[in-house]
Design a protein around this ligand. Structure first.
Ligand code: ADP
Length: 494
């Protein structure tokens, strides 16, 4: 509709401007023609009447201008004397006036023909001279009626052309809107439907023009879009299925892990009781506190020692497994008490001193200036962590020292660094040593005893206490384990 109106308006404007232009051009050329005609008329009057004017023969002059009546375009004519007084007017007997005629004096004062365009007429005048002397002038009035008629017919012609052209334009515009706008409207509707998610919509292709090419491309695009969406839906469905399966497997694995931990915890407990009894009885035998018991021979005593050693080893292993099972099943309880690190760590280090002395190592405890006075912590677990780290440090150090350094770490944390001058840990092994059953030396002929559970327990305990542990080491030059813990362990976070 908009297109139709626009086209009609453009055609009307075009035809209108062309008509106006030709009217204007016609008017200009007609004026020039009329002025030329007037000039020629005045010239012939001058030739015919200069003598009469010189002699002021008014009747002759009257006859001369009266004879102009044959010329249809000349309405009237005048003769002036050399000063611009009216002498004769066409059709009247005598017109001599004492008053100066303004047009007459204008003509005699001018060297050229004077033209004055008035409403629907042209007044022209020209002076007549004899030698250098002006002897009078002629003036004529020409009608422009013929021009007006011509212009009116031009206007009418323009109007009818404009009307006809508008009609044609209207018909063309309606035709175009059928062939152009309609397919575009169909395309727009289809786009809107697709935007709303209806991908089943296709556009009927009826011809071979550009719009049809567009429609074909549009249909192809819709089909591809449909395929992509179907593919995506299929993929989403598959992903949902595998997610469900994954969740199921995860739940099964978690349940299995929990059962394993629960089983280990109860089994360890069941194993510990008879083992403690075996160790207790061995110790009684060893101390000779058996009633009516005979004195044991040296080889019997040696065997008893082995029973005790292996029994203790087995008990330590069971204790480790029990701890790990508790950590993994989340059944590790935390008891928070307020303690002085100085007292606590002195006791722990003292308990390990004999072990260090046996290997000829120095064992030092250093408190830095910023070490906290008191901390809120689980004392038993902290002792277990530090004991384990010092035990490892002594185990993996042949000579030199083991040093425990205590200080602050940031505002709310404190740290315990256990440093040794031992064998060190290779770089690639550092990230695995905190995993269960991981040891750097896994050969059958390994030098150091152990199960590979110690550091896994240490890490689990530290995390239970909301802390972290890091290791720095240089192969052959020793290792440092840094434990970072909150100064005030919060029960809510445990
Ligand atoms: P293990 O019972 O074997 O000591 P851990 O979990 O305590 O088990 O330690 C795992 C491994 O990490 C050890 O076997 C050892 O190879 C390495 N390791 C731990 N502490 C040290 C240390 N201070 N110096 C060198 N190696 C260490």
């Amino acid at each position: 509709m908009k297109l139709t109106l626009l086209m009609t308006f453009l055609v009307i404007a075009g035809v209108g401007s062309v008509t106006l232009l030709s009217i204007q051009r016609e008017r200009i050329s007609f004026r020039a023609d009329l002025e030329e005609q007037a000039n020629a008329q005045l010239d012939s009057l001058s030739v015919a009447g200069s003598d009469l004017l010189y002699r002021l023969q008014l009747s002759g002059l009257q006859n001369l201008i009266n004879s102009l009546s044959a010329k249809q375009t000349i309405n009237t004519a005048w003769v002036y004397d050399s000063t611009g007084h009216l002498l004769v007017t066409k059709g009247t007997s005598s017109d001599y006036s004492v008053d100066l005629d303004p047009f007459g004096s204008k003509i005699v004062g001018s060297n050229d023909t004077v033209y004055e365009w008035q409403n629907a007429k042209l007044v022209a005048g020209k002076a007549v001279s004899l030698g250098r002397q002006i002897i009078g002038a002629f003036g004529i009035e020409l009608s422009t009626a013929s021009l007006e008629t011509k212009l009116a017919s031009l206007r009418d012609e323009g109007l009818s052309v404009a009307l006809f052209a508008s009609l044609v334009a209207l018909i063309i515009a309606i035709g175009m809107s059928r062939t152009l706008t309609e397919p575009l409207r169909v395309l727009t509707t289809a786009t809107q439907q697709i935007a709303q998610g209806d991908l089943s919509h296709t556009i009927a292709v009826t011809s071979n023009d550009e719009i049809s090419v567009l429609a074909r491309a549009f249909n192809a695009m819709t089909i591809r879009l449909q395929e992509t969406v179907q593919g995506l839906q299929q993929r989403t469905h598959e992903l949902q299925l595998s997610e469900i399966e994954l969740r199921k497997s995860k739940e099964i694995a978690e349940a299995a892990n929990y059962s394993k931990s629960a089983f280990l915890a109860s089994m360890s407990h069941e194993l510990r009781t008879p083992l403690n009894a075996v160790l207790g009885f061995a110790s009684i035998l060893h101390s000779g506190m058996v009633k009516d018991g005979a004195v044991l021979s040296p080889s019997q005593l040696e065997l008893l020692k082995k029973i005790e050693l292996n029994g203790r080893h087995l008990r330590d292993l069971i204790n480790d497994v029990l701890d790990l099972a508790k950590i993994e099943s989340g059944r590790m309880t935390v008891t928070i008490t307020e303690d002085r690190p100085e007292t606590l760590l002195n006791n722990t280090v003292d308990a390990m001193r004999s072990l260090a002395i046996n290997k000829g190592l120095e064992l030092n405890l250093v408190f830095l200036q910023d070490a906290p006075e008191v901390v809120l912590c689980d004392t038993r677990k902290l002792q277990q962590i530090v004991t384990n780290l010092i035990g490892n440090a002594i185990k993996f150090t042949a000579q030199g020292e083991v040093c425990v350094e205590v200080g602050a770490s940031g505002l709310d944390y404190w740290q315990i660094a256990v440093r040794d001058t031992g064998i060190g840990i290779p770089e690639d092994a550092r990230e695995h040593i905190f995993d269960k059953f991981q040891q750097v030396d896994t050969t059958d002929r390994r030098e150091y005893e152990g199960t590979g559970l110690g550091l896994a327990i240490v890490k689990g305990l530290i995390e239970t206490l909301q802390g972290t542990v890091k290791v720095q080491s240089a192969l052959g030059n020793g290792s440092t384990f840094v434990v970072r813990l909150p100064q005030r362990l919060d029960r809510r976070g445990v």
